[in-house]
Design a protein around this ligand. Structure first.
Ligand SMILES: *Cc1c(COP(=O)(O)O)cnc(C)c1O
Length: 398
């Protein structure tokens, strides 16, 4: 009897190993902390891993206080609670971001107002923010908070943005979910807002499988966040509740993963930056290809390497690039679709950076995220570059 190899119709050529956008990269130390949790039966939420992880993050960022929670999204929700965002209140938010930046505004039935990007960091435009504040002041209703996102690891223009927000006395929440390990003028990204949040979701620069962190220099506020995140139980010998709470705490088992991951954050930043420079050196030579800029005085963790197509020089689109890579079993992604363009936020106000096409819409139309994981091998990156080079040749340079 002849036995045929089971390749189910696929050629060997198409059975190439998949290259993902960004996958968890374990250190080997995670199991040590997970074992400690099991040996001491700290399987419940809270426990020594949670406390250690919180202290470690606060020290690393250089803030007084931190609270480990179940996701970056829940950390944003808590920050809005602490600021006292109520139904009908306005909250300004970067438009070019993942939906999680703004979903918590909807949880509170508040009104998101979206702010365009500028070209130098792709983050919130101070010009657009000024316009939004002027309009809000005219309407007699300032926002309760401004959520500033640091896109793909690149810090926003914090000095300019903070100056505007401070002049109106409106607090800033930094959504640093993507920028752990990045710096802005020597300060850690996420150390400048009244509150900041990080995410340890599976595809972020470090992961706890799932989880997030709320950080602040306001220790009292973080104590209050801890109370709210633990079902808001009042001090009493029985179950006494006087306000709405949440079940948002991080599990002690998962915090063990986060602890080990944070120990290698600088290494992960170095690898992602090196991936970026390899892409930029090789593909940045091609007319019509540029990359997300790094603002002077800042250092991006380059969580994702993101290129930008110039339609005047190169005849392709992010959707076409995605298909070309997919045919080679490589994952690439569009830049976030701006939130003001989403059906979910239809009718929400949006303030543009300048005249003509919004910067965020242009970045969405021509931006593309490349595989950027710190566990991507040099051979794998070579495969990605090779496919892209061949595809740019095929599309031709205008
Ligand atoms: C990942 C991410 C979040 C949400 O974090 P989760 O931990 O997945 O809830 C929020 N904002 C931005 C910009 C993100 O990239």
């Amino acid at each position: 009897m002849t036995v045929f190899p089971l390749i189910s119709g696929k050629s060997m050529e198409s059975a190439k190993e998949r290259i993902f956008l960004s996958t968890p990269h374990m250190t080997g130390n995670e199991m040590k902390y997970i074992h400690q949790a099991f040996e001491t039966n700290w399987i419940a939420p809270l426990g020594p891993n949670v406390e250690a992880f919180e202290r470690q993050i606060a020290d690393y960022i250089g803030v007084k206080s931190s609270l480990a929670v179940s996701s970056g999204t829940s950390a944003i929700h808590l920050a809005l609670q602490l600021i006292g965002v109520n139904p009908g209140d306005k909250v300004f938010c970067s438009t070019l971001t993942f939906v999680a930046s703004a979903n918590p505004i909807l949880y509170e039935r508040a009104e998101p107002v979206f702010i365009d990007s500028e070209e130098e960091s792709w983050n919130m435009s101070p010009e657009a923010l000024k316009k939004a504040f002027l309009a809000a002041a005219e309407e007699g209703e300032l926002p309760k908070a401004v959520i500033i996102v640091h896109l793909y690891g690149q810090s926003a223009k914090m000095d300019e943005l903070l100056e505007i927000c401070n002049s109106y006395n409106v607090p800033v929440i930094e959504d640093a979910a993507e920028s752990l390990g990045s710096t802005y003028k020597g300060k850690k990204s996420g150390s400048m807002g009244l509150f900041s949040i990080y995410s340890f979701n599976g595809n972020k620069i470090i992961t706890s499988s799932g989880g997030g962190m709320l950080v602040s220099n306001d220790e009292e506020a973080v104590i209050r966040a801890r109370h709210l995140a633990t079902q808001a139980k009042d001090p009493a010998p029985y179950y006494e509740h006087s306000e709405k709470g949440f079940n948002y705490r991080l599990s002690n088992v998962l915090a063990g993963i986060g602890r080990a991951q944070l120990e290698v954050i600088e290494n992960r930043v170095a690898i992602r930056r090196s991936n970026f420079f390899t892409y930029a050196n090789r593909l940045g030579q091609i007319p019509g290809i540029s990359f997300q800029p790094e603002l002077e005085g800042t250092k991006s963790n380059r969580w994702l390497s993101v290129l930008l197509l110039d339609p005047n020089h190169i005849d392709t689109t992010p959707t076409a690039l995605k298909e070309v890579l997919e045919a080679e079993n490589i994952e690439g992604r569009h830049v976030w679709k701006p939130l003001h363009m989403q059906k979910l936020f239809a009718g929400c106000k949006f303030y543009k950076h300048g005249e003509g096409e919004a910067v965020s819409e242009k970045l969405f139309k021509y931006g593309f995220c490349l595989p950027s994981g710190s566990n991507m091998s040099a051979d794998q990156q070579e495969r990605v570059i090779d496919v892209l080079e061949r595809s740019f040749d095929a599309y031709g340079i205008k």
